[in-house]
Design a protein around this ligand. Structure first.
Ligand code: ADP
Ligand code: MG
Length: 317
């Protein structure tokens, strides 16, 4: 009997650790460790869809676009999203196939380059919130503002280069490739999709879709993906084993099992940081409300134990 269908959302550290330079070899080694854990989950009978962040990879690619502009044109942010989905998808296909074969599992592994629809009316288009790419001095930032119409903000005051480009981080509305993803799943494939939160696209009057220079939060998009494939569980893997209350204080307490109501109360109380744990809890709550099933937040190495109920933070109806 086949077990539950699980959407696994991988955090940045599954691909590049903060203290690493980020070479191809380094990233493949990290993905190898990640893939080994995911293969264990699949070998235990679960069906799996993987999604992942792309912050460090997209950031590196944006630097390459800017530095090489005298030779070749800079590609758009949407194009960089597509490129990093391919890059990370390849690494995952390569290492996951390897570990699945070793475990005697013959499932094919396939990445779907995924577009995610956003709305022009999203409030984040008026006041963009997501810093991307390199840091600049004020002069450099102002020049980019004039020349390239970038929106720039001072994000790290009192440093050499405190300014950064900011882009909108709109809500994901729909996973465009959901039918392809579901077709692959029903054929027995392990699917990697909606990497980096997906390539943001907007609906055009002629019914086409146009790439948007924005970045979608990968945990929010992960929920839309879980909805699109009708997942039984949504598990968000990051660099901490639990969500905590009173995080980083002497009274820190790991949350083992919390209801939607408790999660919402803690969110309101500001227990989870906005740019990191906050979106994970929000995405988990959305999933639990929609599915009436559980969502889990834990670290990569506790993932299988957490699925068996032994570890991690479980958000339940
Ligand atoms: P990812 O790349 O996995 O999305 P993030 O850095 O965005 O990683 O989110 C994970 C981080 O959230 C943890 O490393 C931790 O520092 C931070 N965090 C903020 N608030 C909390 C909390 N209440 N409990 C646990 N972690 C928290
Ligand atoms: Mg994050």
């Amino acid at each position: 009997m086949s077990k539950d269908l699980i959407v696994i959302a991988l955090g940045g550290n599954a691909i590049k650790q903060a203290d690493q330079w980020g070479t191809t070899e380094e990233q493949l080694r990290n993905v190898d460790v990640t893939a080994q854990q995911i293969a264990k989950i699949i070998a235990n009978g679960y069906r799996v869809v993987v999604t992942h962040g792309n912050g460090p990879q997209a950031g590196a690619l944006l630097i390459q676009q800017e530095e090489a502009e005298q030779f070749v044109p800079a590609q758009t942010l949407a194009a960089c999203g597509a490129m990093t989905q391919g890059q990370i998808g390849w690494a995952m296909q390569n290492r996951l196939s390897y570990h699945l074969k070793k475990a005697g599992v013959m499932s094919p592994v396939c990445t779907v380059v995924t577009q995610v629809q956003v709305s022009d009316d999203d409030p984040d288009f008026k006041d963009p919130s997501k810093p991307v790419g390199p840091f600049y001095t004020k002069d450099e930032a102002k020049q980019l503002e004039t020349e390239k119409k970038y929106i720039v903000k001072e994000v790290k005051p009192n440093t050499d280069k405190p300014w950064r480009r900011v882009v909108p981080s709109p809500e994901p509305i729909d996973i465009i490739e959901k039918d392809s993803i579901n077709a692959l799943l029903s054929s027995g494939a392990i699917v990697i999709a909606s990497g980096g939160g997906g390539i943001p696209v907007r609906q055009m009057p002629d019914d086409g879709l146009e790439g948007v220079d924005a970045v979608i939060d990968k945990d929010r998009a992960g929920f839309k993906l879980a909805q699109a494939v009708k997942a039984d569980k949504f598990i968000i893997l990051t660099d901490v084993e639990n969500a905590y209350i009173r995080y980083n204080t002497p009274e820190q307490k790991a949350l083992k099992e919390i209801s939607i109501a408790e999660a919402e109360k803690y969110l309101e109380d500001g227990e989870f940081l906005k740019g990191s744990m906050g979106p994970k809890i929000e995405a988990a709550v959305r999933f639990v409300k929609w599915s009436k099933k559980e969502a889990i937040i834990t670290s990569l190495h506790k993932a299988l134990d957490a699925l068996e109920g032994k570890n991690g933070t479980h958000i339940i109806p």
